[in-house]
Design a protein around this ligand. Sequence first.
Ligand SMILES: [Zn+2]
Length: 289
Amino acid sequence: MITVATLLGLEHSGTTLLVRMLAAHSKAVAIGGLKNFAAFAYGNRACSCGGTPDTCVFWSSVFREIRSKGNDPHILAALLAAHRQNPESARDAARILVEAISVTSGASLIVDASRDPTWSKLLRYSPSINVVPIHIFKTPMAQLASAKRKQRSLCAEIRKYHLRSRRCRAETSHSPSSITLAYDTLCSAPEASLTRIMDAVGLLLEPTQATNWGVKPLHMIGGNRMKSSTSSKVERDERWSKLLSGFEIALARLGGGATFALNERESRRETRSRERRVIKLGPSGNVRD
Ligand SMILES: [Zn+2]
């Protein structure tokens, strides 16, 4: 069984930080987003190393592995791109791709950062794949401040915050091992947050994950580029209080407050349900489903 952690949420909601923390585990590999595979295969997007399917050391091996099984990476890319028209073929393509990544990397955990739940859903139907959806979210104020920095429409951002959160919660509800995590919780208690996630994916937390996650070179397709750092710092996103006007803060609270509360409620529900399983199975019991 291959375990894939699918990171869900909005752009600038902390997914890139979480990817790096998870990928710092010696048995994990981060692939960027499955949603970007088609663009990468056709040369429209690069790997985070700057490479192409021919020049990236990781992805050129994955492409060779796909071909060795009699499949064509470009056909897989086309099937993934046409997931709306033909979801069944896209599911097969996603499974073949994930299996090739698993063989090439030898990793026990594959981390996908597509953010959009559509891609998590595609993998969910494969019996050989254990999908662990991880929904990470910021406060509506922090999310709105990101939008303002990027000069995006604030009203559109609030709407997206609401709609994407709802779809993420629907996706996490399908998995008993799913994780819903506030970005501020990850920053204030990185070890406890990561322990919770690593338990859900069936691995033990390694010390480097919370403290030195910036050093491992990654081959992520289409992800945000984050500079490598040897002194990894995690900070709560509180810049919003300086960036947003009083009116914008009120807009964030009014438009996104209820959504934030629902996300938090889901996180608490998961924690309670996990505690119940630990009590039922005992401290040495397997709570990983
Ligand atoms: Zn690369």
